[in-house]
Each structure stands twice: as structure tokens, then as C-alpha cells.
Design a protein around this ligand. Structure first.
Ligand code: ADP
Ligand code: ASP
Ligand code: MG
Length: 406
């Protein structure tokens, strides 16, 4: 079999952990497999580099940011290859460029366009373990390093598994799989044996960072067989796969939260066609992804308030655009709320059960938690609340939908 193994930050956090990765890779090779390893930077390293950048410049250039951030994964890819060599196996470390990972030129959140992977193909044929630096690519012209957005090594792994037509993509992390909610917040959370791509996608896009959203999107699109498991033990992990009948029996399979968004409101926007189009076109042109949107008639009945949420990292640019649009339209100005969190419940069973949203609202109400925004999809309900209630809300919903162990 050809197996892609991705090791996250905590799994390569220090020399001991890197040696443990090398051992696991060696075992996988001994079992008769070809292995491509994808590594993240050491735990905390990417944050540290971002912090350094902001110490020299409050708004650092994005091209240089990518050059800086890509270094973390280069360090671990080289060290991991060396550790595998030390065990007597052939290993070669490749950067994103050397792997032929070609992206667009949207720095800090580039999209993969294609993977050539020639060197990797050849190296595998020659009996090497290929160790790829995650999270990075190179622009079409081959001139600039790009990065794939936070958590992007997951995407590197899935994209390589797809490009090389691997039999399995294993995501090794610091938890034993995908749980009914973040086990670091709710210790009673239960590990799922299997989860559908669809549910995993909703959980990831709702903030469950165990898999990066785009990596799940890609896995779902191309049916890449994916398993999430721990690099600290040999327990089986969670399979992410196509939905089946069994899965529909459960109404809700998981609860997720996201504290990485801000809410921006433009007050008293004239109530006429074309306004929302104008605002959100400009935001989209700036490559900012808007999550929730709510529009409400304001008290004077002549105008509306438009609220929307964006990732915290895009706050400055989004506010700038909102302020510009507000003054162009003669609206009432812009207000920003930093103290928000989004809590979501996800489950394919929602398609066939009613009253799920009502139960979520009731549960939040019972705990005195006010809802600021709501959005739903066929298999998800999300509420924006004050962020000081995040943990309380997650625990309460986990309990209300009977997701606990046992
Ligand atoms: P890595 O560095 O290996 O990529 P991440 O920190 O990105 O690891 O993702 C793993 C973390 O995801 C866990 O430590 C856990 O806190 C968090 N997490 C959030 N929601 C879930 C969930 N539903 N199941 C498992 N882990 C989750
Ligand atoms: N090191 C990058 C990050 O921290 C990518 C990753 O770990 O997947 O976001
Ligand atoms: Mg991650």
C-alpha cells in the first residue's frame, strides 16, 4: 500500500517525538508499505514566528510572512528525514516546491492548483521514504513560497494522497480521533469510530480544528480515505468516509465552537436593492471569507442593519471596507464586536429529525445564554453568542443531545 502519514505540531514537538515518528514510519515500511510523510512545524513554532513578525512590523508583508512561516515545516521535514535515515532507511526531505505543490499567489491562504510530484514518484520507486514539509507551496511562476492557511499541513497531506493516488491518508495528532466535541473542553466527549465527510466538513468549518476545513473538502471531493488517530499510541482512530444508513440514526453527532471570528455591523444602511451585493463583492474581492450574515430592519423602518462575521485575522481589512461602504452609502457607521463565539451542532440525522434547532435554542436559553445570530444548513445549526459562555454552551449542548461516553 501507499500510505500518506501526516504528523501535526505536537507529534513533532521535540527530538523525542520526532524519533517516535521515525519509529512509526519504519514500522509502516517494514509492514510492506511505501510511505510519504507530511510534517507540521514543531508545536507553537508558527505562532512564535507570527509573533516575531509583528514585533518588527505591525502589518508585515504577506509575501515575506509566507517565507518566514514556511521555515517551521522545513526544519521538521529535514529532522524527520534524518531520524528515519538514522534507523537505517532511505529517506528524502522535500519542500513544497520540490514536491511540486503549485498554488495561486494569495499569500498566507493560497489554494493548491496542482501537484506534479515527480521527484516523490521517483524517490518512492527507488525505495525512499519521502518526507514533505507541510503547509506550503510555490506560485505558478515558481518564484514565491506560499502557505496554505493555518492548519494547512492537513491539506498538504490530503492533496498528496489524492495526487499520488494513495491507499490511505493518516492524520496523526494529539487526540485519539474525532470526538463528539473537543475532548480538551469536555473530557466526557466520545470518540467516533466513523464520521461522514459531510459532517466532518461542517464540524471543521464550525471550528473543530482537528482537521483543516479545506483538507476535508478535498477528501470529500475525491473520496480520499482518511483516518484521524493519535501519534502517542496505537489505538485505531476515526475513519472519515462516505455517509451510510447507520449514521442517520443519530440526530446530532458533534458540537463545535469557534472563537476566531469577529462580528461587524453596518448601521442604518438604506433599504434598497444592490446594497448587500456591493458590500460583499468588495469583501470577497479582498479574499475575505464571510461566515454568517444577518440583516435586520432598524428601528426607523427606512433602513437596515447588516451584521456579518469574518475571521479575526481579516478584521482590519474587513472593517476598512465596511467603513468605506458605509460612508459611500450614507449609512450610520460601523460597529465591531470582538467578544463573540459561534457554537454549532452537526449531524446527518438532522435531515430526518425535526425539532433539533428548537432544542438547541431551548438549551441555550435554560443556561441564560443570549443568541445574537443564527444560521442553519441541512445538517448544522450555528448560533453566535457572547464568547464568555462558550465552554458552558458546548458542555450544555453536549449533554442535551446525549453525546457523552456510555
Ligand atoms: P495538530 O497539531 O496535530 O494538527 P490540532 O491542534 O490542529 O493538531 O488539532 C487537534 C486538536 O483539535 C485537539 O487537541 C483538540 O483540542 C481539537 N479538537 C477540536 N474539536 C475536536 C473534536 N471534535 N475531536 C477531536 N479534537 C478536536
Ligand atoms: N504549522 C502550521 C500551523 O500551525 C500548519 C499546520 O500545523 O498544519 O498552522
Ligand atoms: Mg492541525
Amino acid at each position: 500500500m501507499l500510505i500518506v502519514q501526516k504528523y501535526g505540531g505536537t507529534s513533532v514537538a521535540d527530538i523525542e517525538r520526532i524519533k517516535a515518528v521515525a519509529e512509526r514510519v519504519a514500522k509502516t515500511v517494514e509492514a510492506g508499505n511505501q510511505v510519504v510523510v507530511v510534517v507540521s512545524a514543531m508545536a507553537g513554532e508558527t505562532d512564535k514566528l507570527i509573533e516575531l513578525a509583528h514585533q518588527v512590523n505591525p502589518s508585515p508583508g504577506e509575501r515575506e510572512m509566507d517565507l518566514l512561516l514556511s521555515s517551521g515545516e522545513r526544519v521538521t521535514s529535514a529532522l524527520t528525514a534524518m531520524a528515519i535515515q538514522a534507523l537505517g532507511y532511505k529517506a528524502i526531505a522535500l519542500t513544497g516546491r520540490q514536491m511540486g505543490i503549485v498554488t495561486d499567489s494569495v499569500h498566507t491562504k493560497a489554494k493548491i492548483e496542482r501537484i506534479t510530484g515527480e521527484r516523490a514518484f521517483q524517490a518512492l520507486k527507488d525505495g525512499y521514504v519521502v518526507v514533505v514539509a507541510g503547509f506550503q507551496g510555490v506560485t505558478e511562476e515558481g518564484e514565491d513560497v506560499t502557505t496554505l492557511g493555518r492548519g494547512g499541513s492537513d491539506l498538504t497531506a490530503v492533496a498528496i494522497a489524492w495526487a499520488l493516488n494513495a491507499d490511505l491518508c493518516e492524520i496523526y495528532t494529539d487526540v485519539e480521533g474525532v470526538f463528539t466535541t473537543d475532548p480538551n473542553i469536555v473530557p466526557e466527549a466520545r470518540k467516533l469510530q466513523r464520521i461522514s465527510y459531510e459532517e466532518m466538513l461542517e464540524l471543521a468549518s464550525s471550528g473543530a480544528k482537528v482537521l483543516q476545513t479545506r483538507s476535508v473538502e478535498l477528501a470529500m471531493k475525491y473520496n480520499v480515505p482518511l483516518v484521524v488517530r493519535s501519534s502517542f499510541n496505537d489505538k485505531p482512530g476515526t475513519y472519515v468516509c462516505k455517509e451510510d444508513k447507520e449514521m442517520e440514526k443519530v440526530m446530532v453527532s458533534g458540537v463545535a465552537y469557534d472563537k476566531n471570528q469577529v462580528k461587524i455591523t453596518i448601521l442604518k444602511v438604506p433599504d434598497r436593492p444592490g446594497i448587500a451585493a456591493r458590500l460583499f463583492k468588495q469583501i470577497a474581492d479582498a479574499n475575505i471569507v464571510v461566515d454568517m450574515i444577518v440583516q435586520n430592519i432598524s428601528s426607523d423602518g427606512q433602513s437596515t442593519d447588516i451584521s456579518f462575521t469574518v475571521p479575526k485575522t481579516d478584521r482590519e481589512r474587513a472593517v476598512e471596507i465596511a467603513q468605506r461602504v458605509s460612508s459611500e452609502l450614507g449609512a450610520g457607521g460601523v460597529v465591531v464586536d470582538e467578544n463573540i463565539a459561534k457554537v454549532s451542532i452537526v449531524g446527518v440525522g438532522m435531515k430526518t429529525h425535526s425539532g433539533v434547532a428548537a432544542k438547541m435554542f431551548e438549551t441555550l436559553a435554560e443556561h441564560g445564554i443570549n443568541i445574537m445570530m443564527i444560521s442553519t444548513s441541512e445538517i448544522k445549526v450555528s448560533c453566535v453568542i457572547n464568547d464568555k459562555y462558550t465552554e458552558l454552551a458546548v458542555r450544555a449542548l453536549h449533554e442535551a443531545f446525549n453525546l457523552k461516553e456510555g
